[in-house]
Design a protein around this ligand. Sequence first.
Ligand SMILES: *Cc1c(COP(=O)(O)O)cnc(C)c1O
Length: 407
Amino acid sequence: MADNYFKTYPNKEGFFEEYGGAFIPPVLEAEMEKITDAYHRISKSHNFISELRSIRKHYQGRPTPVYYCNRLSEKYGGRIYLKREDLNHSGAHKLNHCMGEALLAKYLGKKRLIAETGAGQHGVALATAAAYFGLECEIHMGEVDIAKEHPNVVRMQILGAEVVPVTHGLKTLKEAVDSAFEAYLKDPVNTIYCIGSVVGPHPFPMMVRDFQRVVGIEAREQFKEMTGELPDNVVACVGGGSNAMGIFSAFLDDTETSIYGVEPAGRDINTIGEHAATITHGSPGIIHGFKCYTLQDEKGEPAPVYSVASGLDYPGVGPEHSMLHDWKRVNYASANDEETIDAFYELSRLEGIIPALESAHAVAYACKLAKEKPNQSILINLSGRGDKDIDFVVDTFGLPEDAEKKK
Ligand SMILES: *Cc1c(COP(=O)(O)O)cnc(C)c1O
């Protein structure tokens, strides 16, 4: 049955029911078709599968563990478990699909990887993969983001990537996407475009989902081995939705398992520009070449979005999530900035694990769920570690004891 799902979604044209597809100019369409054909051919070959398996084990350090949170469970009730993607090499789940995309590039004889990055996390993961395979790497990044995310810019440069500043428009992610696609189309023979989540035109939502499935396959087996059962609840944060699709994909057939995707409610979920809760507050539309739930302004342009976690502030979401929402197979909920910062410190102080602010959204929602369902188990996908966020959190929100002193 599971196999059937993955064969059916997406269909040949890249649709998950009405979502997904490829709404792009004809030149780009031809290139995407080439990548799709190559992916179907190569990703099923014995050599590709065994090389990727070996990379995951010896380079990335997979399988990552599933961990039972003793003290967090004691405090909130329930039985809370973490899938530790923060322990994946480079500190987050993103390397799972970057290594897959870069391996595909190698099989296709490409010389250069190209992508855009917002906060820099995808750029760092892709630069890591490029170094591993000896490929050139070109990362397009808005000038505003370059100034804001300096440590990630330096990381990419240390890893040997070229960071191309994008100087037009608002100088952020949207312009960086356009700039990266333009550069890609200048040399599609030697270059491959690598997207950072389960978004964009077909075949990217399918490819990235497939490369992330390892998270769910491991977690389901590990959880069963630890407890003898399946989790009652699975929780993950949703930006574009790649870490969530990774873990959700293994549990879609397990109807006894409830699944929750947590979106960023930001500073105010009722004001456009103050959150990025795309599914909870958006409506279907076309963005960046595919159809999904989107946050749009009156003119149908992508709306401004905000989250304390820069990896979650995207005005669209993966087409597969859009379908799973309509099916009501996954429940989409949200956590706001304040709940997220509290969860960031709770996990740090009760378990000695500093989570990425993105992942802290999932932790925040899981703690709420644990209070509501004290007799149930909850498996959280801890998508990344929080080292990248420490200065920002302490400078902006202070330490918990500072807030106590102010009272
Ligand atoms: C980028 C990022 C996310 C959000 O991306 P998804 O595609 O929604 O998974 C979540 N967590 C971490 C740690 C990230 O770096």
